[in-house]
Design a protein around this ligand. Structure first.
Ligand SMILES: Nc1nc2c(c(=O)[nH]1)N[C@H]1C(S)=C(S)[C@@H](COP(=O)(O)OP(=O)(O)OC[C@H]3O[C@@H](n4cnc5c(=O)[nH]c(N)nc54)[C@H](O)[C@@H]3O)O[C@H]1N2
Ligand SMILES: Nc1nc2c(c(=O)[nH]1)N[C@H]1C(S)=C(S)[C@@H](COP(=O)(O)OP(=O)(O)OC[C@H]3O[C@@H](n4cnc5c(=O)[nH]c(N)nc54)[C@H](O)[C@@H]3O)O[C@H]1N2
Ligand code: SF4
Ligand SMILES: [Mo]
Length: 716
């Protein structure tokens, strides 16, 4: 049979010319317009929007390439005699549904797991959570957002009572004369955002904490800003050292602390021990640079131009990530920055729907509307919307890494279905996670490309990609946006809402409980979120089609939305922001004689995440070049490693290879690896899955390694 005969024709809607939508990749969700008659000639152009101000990065400009990629999956695949073999949708769905039924029958409901993604639309993320809890009855659902901003979310909830990455519109920071970014390289990870940093940068008030001299650091120092070149995993101490300066040198806002916060004394009991010289010894950041940073923030606050502190993955992806963000929030509160127009603390959320994806129930401990699954009132509300008994809802499940680690083990899932994550590349300690995935009775992957994880699967379901589907996304500033269909659906591929509906029906659910129209699903999401912290009741497709200006919470259709949160009160019981007392403890794995260097990981401009999509776009892959390890020139010389030479990198978890990229500007004790490459070039063969006790975030940003030259080279 030919692949054509096997594929089920999908409903092909005509593509309207010049469709307004948003970029498929990161959380900035740059506005774009897609023109052309279909995937073959689709072209992307930027649109004016307050976040991207008419700009796109190279990934956005080339996004249409993935729509016409010759490797696009359009036929379901089932592994037969060890080989992924084309089949019909009915056959593939039957195989998956009977796999679910068998695992449940033999080992109980928790024997099936679901792994979601922060790139899924709100509708898909919501339906995935419902599918897991209602159709499968499993508690085992979590998603890759756990690896992303979960530490900032946990700290935000502790201090503010609620987590919205940026509790203010991004454009607000464009007026500020002082912006401090801890562990974010936005010049590469969200290039159009740099436009909002320029007032601060030109005033010499852009401060970046990063062990590397990144493009963002270059932007800061070009006009006299500050580079805080700290040791990986010491952001908490940097924040506590600056808090010490703020209090002892008269920069703290005592009225604000008295009026709007609680817990200062407990916070200060610890922060008061970290006088700046002591913080300098551990962070490596000179006291003068800390002092300058605090003075810049305070001056800009006092002259009314505004001051912001932002964190991203560099500060957050540690086993101490939650406490680190608590320390940063503590510093922000001391300075009186939060819950006021023109200043604030925010977390730069990463994935396309990293914000919405964390609100609607694909997280292990969560129900839609950012409700807690352990809360009886939340269970009653959501069960009513879903038409089930609250007692039939499972309780909280395992966090992402713990879920992956338990696969195939006694008591752990025997079957896993993945939507929107390439775990074989992006999970910490990836070599081990691949073994766990291989131990499953059945692995099902929904994707539009044969990612490294899909290539391991027993069943691959070819789903739609961004420009083929309708839905909503919630950007890094909590603004709800419309993703619109701009090209006809690739023949043979099906929407994930259809996949979930077909599977639910096969598992005995009524069809009307799992609708396939995104608008219908969104209307149900609105009801499920009503009264919850992330309330979408007032957000409708009609309103969004008119004007994408609604930031949640939006509790009524007539409500304008909430661009700035906490202006009157924080979402805590007493309305005050809480200082959380935290103390420094460094990375879980200190360096030693055997593994003498700290390895940190992150991103480059032209690759996205596990690289599953961008490695297929030639212009992006060429621009990024091959896998590399950034290493200080002196360190490399000491190890006999020449610039460009192949290097073997080894940690306690495994080994990986890369070409050395020698730079003078990196700390000599640190090396940096991008995590976008596959095979034996995976940074995650090295990373340490030590988890943050609150957020369960793995320590992606610090593990101990050694480097050896793989090629004999002469070092001059
Ligand atoms: N080009 C590109 N853009 C992306 C993505 C992508 O894959 N590629 N992914 C998107 C997603 S999901 C996310 S989460 C965001 C992430 O956006 P960012 O957080 O900006 O990205 P990273 O490169 O992971 O980390 C930022 C910086 O942290 C530094 N760093 C490492 N360790 C430490 C530390 O201990 N402390 C401090 N202060 N800094 C440290 C690294 O050197 C790096 O420059 O980007 C989004 N945008
Ligand atoms: N060492 C190291 N590891 C890291 C990080 C780090 O900084 N360092 N960062 C972590 C972070 S912040 C993140 S967010 C993760 C990201 O890493 P992953 O979770 O692996 O994210 P992606 O590479 O975006 O994988 C998405 C996959 O889903 C597919 N896909 C895209 N859209 C859809 C969709 O709508 N539906 C379905 N079914 N599939 C879709 C893509 O083709 C791709 O194969 O990596 C984490 N891993
Ligand atoms: S910055 Fe992010 S949203 Fe904007 S074009 Fe680049 S990848 Fe897309
Ligand atoms: Mo992320």
């Amino acid at each position: 049979m030919t692949a054509e005969a096997l594929s089920v024709p999908a409903v092909v809607a005509a593509a309207p010319a010049g469709t307004k939508t948003h970029c498929p990749y990161c959380g900035l969700q740059c506005a774009m317009k897609i023109s052309g008659n279909g995937a073959a000639d689709a072209e992307v152009a930027p649109r004016q929007f307050p976040t991207n101000k008419g700009g796109l990065c190279q990934k956005g400009w080339t996004a249409a390439e993935v729509l016409r990629n010759p490797n696009r999956l359009t036929t379901p695949l089932v592994r037969r005699d060890g080989v992924l073999t084309p089949t019909t949708w009915d056959d593939a769905l039957d195989v998956v549904a009977s796999g679910f039924a068998r695992a449940r029958r033999e080992h109980g409901a928790d024997a099936v797991g679901i792994f979601g993604g922060g790139g899924l639309t709100n509708e898909k993320a919501y339906q995935l959570g419902k599918f897991a809890r209602v159709a499968l009855g499993t508690s085992n659902i979590d998603y890759n957002g756990r690896f992303c901003m979960s530490s900032a979310a946990a700290a935000g909830i502790k201090s503010f009572g609620l987590d919205r990455g940026l509790p203010f519109p991004l454009a607000d920071i464009g007026f500020a004369r002082a912006i401090v970014i801890l562990g974010g390289n936005v010049a590469e990870t969200m290039p159009p955002m740099v436009g909002h940093l320029m007032t601060a940068a030109r005033a010499g008030g852009l401060v970046v904490a990063d062990p590397r001299r990144t493009a963002t650091v270059e932007r800061a120092v070009a006009d006299g800003g500050v580079h805080l070149q700290l040791a990986p995993g010491t952001d908490m101490l940097l924040a506590l050292g600056m808090a010490h300066i703020a209090v002892t040198e008269g920069y703290a806002d005592l009225d604000y602390i008295a009026d709007r916060t609680s817990g200062f004394d407990d916070f200060w009991r610890v922060a008061g021990q970290w006088w700046p010289e002591r913080a300098e010894r551990v962070t490596g950041v000179p006291v003068a640079a800390m002092r300058r940073t605090v003075a810049l923030l305070a001056a800009s606050r006092d002259n009314g131009t505004g001051a912001y502190i932002l964190t991203a993955r560099g500060a957050e992806q540690h086993s101490t990530g939650t406490d680190t963000v608590s320390a940063v929030i503590g510093l922000s509160l001391l300075l009186g920055l939060c819950g006021r127009k023109g200043s604030g603390y925010g977390c730069i959320t990463g994935q396309g729907n990293g914000q919405g994806g964390r609100e609607h129930g694909q997280k292990a401990d969560q129900l839609p509307g950012y409700r807690k699954i352990a809360d009886p009132a939340a269970r009653a509300h959501v069960a009513k919307v879903w038409g089930i008994d609250p007692d039939d809802l499972p309780g909280p499940g395992q966090s992402a890494y713990e879920l992956l680690e338990s696969l195939g083990r006694p008591g752990g899932p025997k079957m896993l279905m993945v939507h929107g994550a390439n775990l074989a590349v992006s999970a910490p300690r990836a070599g081990h996670i691949v073994d766990r995935l291989a131990s499953l009775d059945m692995l099902v992957v929904n994707d539009f490309l044969l990612s490294e994880t899909a290539a391991m699967a027993d069943v691959v379901l070819p789903v739609l990609q961004w420009a083929e589907e309708e839905g909503t996304m919630t950007s890094l500033e909590g603004r709800v946006l419309r993703r619109r269909q701009a090209v006809p659906v690739a023949e043979g591929a099906r929407s994930e809402l259809e996949v979930l509906s077909e599977l639910a029906i096969r598992l005995g659910q009524p069809a009307e409980r799992f609708p396939t129209d995104p608008r219908v699903v969104f209307d149900e999401l609105r009801r499920a979120s009503a009264g919850g912290p992330a309330d979408y009741t007032g957000v409708t497709y009609e309103r969004l089609d008119n004007d994408e200006a609604i930031h949640w919470p939006c509790p009524e259709v007539g409500h304008p939305g909430t661009p700035r949160m906490f202006l009157q009160r924080f979402a805590t019981d007493d309305g005050r922001a809480k200082f959380v007392a935290v103390d420094h403890h460094g990375p879980t794995e200190p360096v030693d004689a055997e593994f003498p260097l700290v390895c940190t990981t992150g991103r480059v401009l032209t690759h996205y995440q596990s690289g599953a999509q961008t490695r297929h776009v030639k212009a992006l892959a060429d621009a990024a070049g091959p896998m590399f390890v950034e290493v200080n020139t002196d360190t490399a010389e000491r190890l006999g490693i020449a610039d460009g030479a192949q290097v073997l990198m080894t940690s306690r978890r495994g080994s990986a290879t890369a070409a050395a990229r020698c730079v003078d500007s990196l700390r000599p004790d640190t090396v940096f690896l991008p995590f976008h490459y596959a095979g034996d070039q995976r940074a995650n063969l090295l990373t340490n899955p030590a988890l943050d006790p609150t957020s369960r975030m793995p320590e992606f940003k610090a593990c101990a390694v050694r480097l050896e030259a793989l090629e004999a080279v002469e070092v001059q």
